[in-house]
Structure formats: structure tokens, C-alpha cells
Design a protein around this ligand. Structure first.
Ligand code: RIB
Ligand code: CA
Length: 309
């Protein structure tokens, strides 16, 4: 098996942290670059967290800072889920400094040096950095094997009634990515609701022995509040679903679908309109993940992250 060269654009973020560790623990992925957006808690925190997460895994992958804010709106902090520090109060040892440069430049440089259709691009936050990279050098889309996103919802949102956080934070950037001519996949809120972390799931996961990354994973899971949207039964572990799709697609049920994002100014801003039943007769623009084998997912998560230092 040849590992897939991979770029991860993220905004850590409790679930981003766990997604990064899952990716870094997995031989199927060759993570070559981590780029960071401001996301929920702002670039100072998300870059410090990304540096610490990568270092705790014992890896020396460049971490490059990108956009604090979205293309069309100022930065808006949203600390309810991840806490003020973005990691639910779980302290990690400081990582090495950021790599120099700006995320969009680093993404383009890596793609430029890659063969056609070879690089997997993962988006775990608002996709501003990715949109800037492709808007400024669109020909590089031919280097992309797949863009794998955690974004959107076909039912209700989690930041507004209509919109999921990543899509709502930068809908213009998401619209740009949805229009690129390459393979795409998407884990929406409807999928990640099936990766529900309940007290029982945490108890089961805690039976696995592991190093510092696994201990930090368990600490993060214990720190997160149950979600009102999930009836307080637990909380959805969003971003690791996108990585799990790349590692074990057999855990998922998926279908081709056409998706658009509402970029209007009203209450629907950021809403993803996903045509699961081909009512609009538009060509599919992504592989939509619909169902998840949650037992298989949590087993994969534990077995992989427990291998890390
Ligand atoms: O809506 C879920 C997304 O926003 C995830 O990427 C998570 O990190 C959150 O902030
Ligand atoms: Ca995220």
C-alpha cells in the first residue's frame, strides 16, 4: 500500500485534534502539511494547538498559519463547544514554532510539486485557506486526488437553525470548493451524529491502553459537554469521521449527490442544500457519506491513536 500524500487544513478544535491524531497514526496517509484557520477560537489558539498536537504525536510536519477570518466576514469567536482554548481545557506541551509562510502559498507549493491526481486535501474547518489556494492557481486542482470535507448538513444546522459551523463560517469559500473539477467527499452533521460519544462509549474507549496522545484524546472526550441537539445523550465527534472515510470507507454508506451552499445574507446563510434523491437533476459534485458503522469507527479510532507516543 502506498500512503496517500495528504494536506490537512483545520482549526483545532477538540475534534480536529482527535482527527489529526487519527491521521498521524495511520499508515494509509502520508500527512505532509497541516494548515490552520481561525475557526472557532482564533488563529493564536488554533495554531498553538495544531503545533502542540503534531508535536505530541512525535512528528515534524510543517504547520502553517492561514486565514483568521472568512473571505467576507470578520472573525467571530464561538467558544461554547471547544472552550476558550479550543481543547476543552486539556493542556498539551508547547510544540515547535510555526513553519514560515502563509497557508494558501504552502498548499499551492506542495500541489505544484506533486504528480497529477495524487494529493488528498482534507478540510476540517472553514475552508478559507483551501479556497484562497485554488482561487489563485486553479490549474492545481489536477493534482488533487480527493477533497474530503467535514461540512454542512442535509437536515438542520448546529450554529444556526439552517447551517453547520464550517459551512456557515465561510460559505463563499465552500461554494468555490464545490465548483472545482475534482473528486470530493463530505461528512455532514447528519453523518457525524452517528459518531455519538456517550458516557458508555467513553467507558469502552478507556479500556484501551495508549500513550500521551491517547490519554489526551480521552481527556478531551471527558471534557466535552453533551449536546442539546443530541438530546444530551452525548456529542458528535465530527472531524475524525472525515479521516475515517479515507482509512476505512467500508465503515460508511455513501452516495453521489449534488450540493450547493446558500451564500445569501438571510437566515439560511451557510445552509447546504443537498439533493440526495436527485430531484434537481444536476450532476453530482460530491460523494455524500450517509451512514456510519459507529462501533467500527470507535474501534478504529482507539486502535490507531493508542499506537501513537
Ligand atoms: O460543525 C462541526 C465543525 O465545527 C467541526 O469541524 C468542529 O471542529 C466544529 O468547530
Ligand atoms: Ca474543525
Amino acid at each position: 500500500m502506498t500512503p496517500r500524500p495528504t494536506i490537512i487544513d483545520c482549526d483545532p478544535g477538540t475534534d480536529d485534534a482527535i482527527a489529526l491524531w487519527l491521521a498521524l497514526a495511520s499508515p494509509e496517509l502520508d500527512v505532509r502539511l497541516v494548515t490552520v484557520a481561525g475557526g472557532n477560537v482564533g488563529l493564536d489558539r488554533t495554531t498553538a494547538n495544531a503545533r502542540a498536537i503534531v508535536a505530541l504525536a512525535g512528528r515534524a510536519i510543517p504547520v502553517v498559519a492561514g486565514a483568521e477570518r472568512s473571505l467576507m466576514a470578520p472573525f467571530r469567536a464561538e467558544t461554547a463547544v471547544h472552550g476558550d482554548d479550543g481543547l476543552g481545557g486539556v493542556r498539551l506541551p508547547e510544540g515547535p514554532p510555526l513553519a514560515p509562510g502563509i497557508a494558501a502559498d504552502a498548499i499551492r507549493a506542495l500541489l505544484r510539486s506533486a504528480p497529477a491526481r495524487s494529493v488528498t486535501v482534507v478540510g476540517l474547518g472553514p475552508v478559507t485557506n483551501l479556497a484562497l489556494a485554488f482561487a489563485t492557481e486553479p490549474a492545481l486542482v489536477d493534482r488533487v486526488a480527493e477533497i474530503a470535507l467535514m461540512s454542512g448538513a442535509w437536515s438542520e444546522g448546529n450554529i444556526t437553525p439552517a447551517a453547520e459551523f464550517n459551512a456557515w463560517n465561510d460559505p463563499e469559500a465552500l461554494a468555490m470548493l464545490l465548483g472545482l473539477g475534482c473528486r470530493r467527499s463530505m461528512a455532514t452533521l447528519d453523518l457525524t451524529a452517528q459518531a455519538l460519544v456517550t458516557p458508555q462509549v467513553i467507558e469502552d474507549l478507556a479500556r484501551h491502553q495508549g500513550g500521551a496522545c491517547w490519554q489526551a484524546t480521552l481527556a478531551i472526550l471527558r471534557a466535552l459537554p453533551p449536546s442539546r441537539r443530541m438530546g444530551h445523550r452525548g456529542f458528535p465527534l465530527h472531524d475524525p469521521c472525515t479521516i475515517a472515510w479515507l482509512l476505512a470507507p467500508k465503515l460508511f454508506g455513501a452516495r453521489d449527490a449534488h450540493a450547493e451552499v446558500d451564500c445569501g445574507p438571510g437566515p439560511g446563510r451557510g445552509r447546504t442544500v443537498i439533493d440526495r434523491w436527485d430531484r434537481l437533476r444536476r450532476p453530482p459534485n460530491l460523494m455524500l457519506q450517509e451512514t456510519l458503522d459507529s462501533t467500527g469507527f470507535f474501534t478504529l479510532l482507539a486502535e490507531r491513536i493508542a499506537r501513537l507516543p
